[in-house]
Design a protein around this ligand. Structure first.
Ligand SMILES: Nc1nc2c(c(=O)[nH]1)N[C@H]1C(S)=C(S)[C@@H](COP(=O)(O)O)O[C@H]1N2
Ligand SMILES: [Mo]
Length: 223
């Protein structure tokens, strides 16, 4: 005769083992859930949805630059009263910072809408006593990349040089320590890993992509 007590124990044991297995499988599945690479980024600002940093491309000419904030210097040079040579911390503590939601459009056709935080390029130039008649501002980066923009564009549009995006300090792959937020200009003007800003009268200076055939005037035509 079947021992009712043994059957009951077997059934309970089977249920317990089943629950345990479901728990293990569940945990494994949970651990496989993709995590955001930038968990503290903001995705909404004043009612506007922002792009995620994790979805951005990176097709820099020489790959990601890894800049050490301890040894980094930002040089401001050219047609100025004094040249500036500032550490990362000096830049961060010397200028009023501003926030702006601006979309980057690459000529390849993709775009990304980000909350930027940084300093006015004009404030940096003012600190150095720039020649107000100079025509051009040339930017150079750690990977040998460069680009130039008219001084009037920099002055008239509150152009930022950013150290944060979506409330996160720029990661190396996104241009740490600074990326130019070249609002209304195609992505190749948004120079990353900026090391030098030069005030110049060479309005025919051509940057990296400009000298390879992309228009020096990279203004995005409104649809
Ligand atoms: N130093 C440097 N900055 C650069 C580039 C580069 O190759 N080197 N590529 C530019 C181009 S073509 C684009 S579209 C944007 C892309 O910025 P993102 O990689 O942060 O999205 O960076 C720009 N800034
Ligand atoms: Mo680009």
């Amino acid at each position: 005769m079947v021992n009712f007590r043994n059957v009951l124990i077997a059934v309970i044991a089977a249920i317990l083992v089943g629950l345990l297995l479901m728990g293990i499988v569940g945990l494994a599945l949970q651990n496989n859930t993709p995590q955001n690479l930038y968990p503290s980024e903001v995705r909404e600002y004043q009612g506007e949805n922002l792009s995620s940093m994790g979805n951005m491309r990176n097709n820099a000419i020489a790959g990601t630059q890894h800049i050490d904030n301890e040894t980094y210097r930002l040089n401001v040079t050219g047609l100025l009263n004094t040249t500036l040579n500032m550490s990362y911390d000096e830049v961060l503590s010397s200028f009023q910072c501003y926030q702006k939601v601006v979309t980057l459009h690459c000529v390849e056709g993709w775009s990304t809408k980000i909350l930027w935080e940084g300093f006015l390029v004009q404030d940096l130039l003012e600190q150095a006593g720039f020649d107000p008649d100079a025509s051009t501002v040339i930017f150079y980066a750690n990977d040998g990349y460069s680009t130039a923009l008219p001084m009037s564009y920099i002055k008239d549009n509150n152009i930022l040089i950013a150290y944060k995006m979506n409330d996160v300090i720029l990661p190396s792959e996104r241009g740490f320590p600074f990326q130019l937020v070249a609002e209304s200009q195609y992505g190749y003007k948004w120079i990353k890993w900026v090391t030098t800003i030069e005030v110049s009268n060479d309005s025919s200076y051509l940057g990296t992509w400009e000298s390879r055939g992309y228009r020096n005037n990279a203004t995005i035509s409104k649809p």
